[in-house]
Write a protein that binds this ligand. Structure first.
Ligand code: GLA
Length: 341
């Protein structure tokens, strides 16, 4: 039996720019998952998960079927393609990451299985390569055209710290979070799936903008050049979000490093406005949650993750945290506390 694990992640700032050449700032959470992998000598795949009643019995050559076990099956197929396993496997999954919340439960599962398969093979494949292979499972097996942020965060970040990640080069730095404030994750109560088509629609819109400017790196274009271009809507505002969001991430990283919470909060609040108006990935109920989070005393709050549901992330002074959370959940009974860093 071989073990692998990975945490959930929350993105502090930098949304939908990890497939547009931008910088992102995810942080690893204390919720996470653990996988135990026992190689088999046939092509069967038997998957047990503590959060599902049924035991998935699949074959290594099957395609995705929209079953909860798809990411696990895809990870094993990738592990076989990499020579980390030769046949099927029995998997046991224990998870504390809520699914459908935008906290990367799927990326964590794939990464944890690839790490367990690495342990089984004795391979020297490193964590960055594991992240790159895990993204291929999402893109090619699951059909989700996601970027590399989640896989890098859950493969490399240590719980409690943030990772400044350049998604173009995969260069990354650990950023210590401010001692005075907590990063709080609150679920909106609205679940989301990256496979529902809206994530892919935004990706296609960004691809249209990239083709217009003849670049792969929408984030690196000067926002003034986008604003003054002949690119039509909604592509123009999608591109503007990307270029501005990338710059907000750079501001946020500097603000954290210099302890400037006001500047960090401003960047986080501006990010939400941009996601709402330019990238159009929010929902009225989430806008209301973010609005109230700030009104009740958060320095900054924003929708986090792929959008159209899931969680918000807020920066709140430690001494205010308990009262703030109580008031926010009283105003929004459908919302729930997920965790804090
Ligand atoms: C999902 C994707 C990521 C990223 C975010 C949005 O989490 O998996 O690659 O694009 O949405 O920032």
């Amino acid at each position: 039996m071989f073990a692998g694990s990975a945490p959930g992640r929350v993105n502090l700032i930098g949304e939908h720019i990890d497939y547009n050449g931008g910088m992102v700032l995810p942080a690893a959470l204390s919720v996470g998952l653990k996988v135990e992998l026992t190689p088999r000598s046939d092509d069967s795949v038997i998957i047990r998960a503590d959060h599902y009643d049924d035991i998935a019995q699949r074959s290594l050559d099957e395609d995705a079927t929209e079953h909860w076990s798809d990411p696990a099956l895809g990870a094993l197929r990738q592990a076989r393609a990499l020579g980390l396993i030769t046949d099927g496997a029995n998997l046991t999954i224990r998870s504390t990451i809520p699914e459908g919340s935008g906290l990367s439960s799927s990326a964590a599962l794939i990464v944890a299985i690839l790490k367990a398969a690495r342990a089984a093979s004795g391979s020297m494949i490193n964590d960055t390569q594991i992240a790159v292979e895990a993204r291929k499972v999402e893109n090619d097996f699951m059909g989700v055209p996601c970027g590399i942020m989640d896989q890098m965060a859950v493969a490399l970040a240590k719980p409690g710290t943030a990772m400044a990640l350049n998604t173009k080069t995969l260069a990354h730095d650990i950023v210590e979070l401010p001692q005075s404030h907590s990063v709080i994750v609150v679920h909106s109560g609205l679940t989301r799936r990256l496979t529902d088509g809206r994530y892919a629609e935004r990706k296609i819109e960004c691809d249209t903008a990239k083709a217009h400017f003849g670049t792969n790196d929408l984030c690196l274009i000067d926002p003034a050049d986008i604003a003054g271009s002949s690119l039509k809507e909604p592509y123009r505002k999608r591109a503007l979000h990307c270029a501005n969001e990338h710059r907000r991430v750079l501001t946020a990283i500097e603000a954290i490093k210099s302890g400037d919470i006001a500047a960090l909060g401003e960047a986080i609040r501006a990010s939400h406005t941009s996601m709402r108006n330019d990238f159009e990935m929010s929902l009225p109920a989430i806008d209301a949650l973010v609005h109230d989070a700030v009104e009740l005393g958060a320095d900054g709050a924003r929708l986090t993750g792929g959008g159209f549901g899931g969680c918000i992330v807020a920066i709140v002074e430690k001494g205010r945290q308990t009262a703030w959370l109580k008031q926010l959940l009283t105003r929004h009974p459908g919302a729930r506390f997920i965790g804090a860093i």
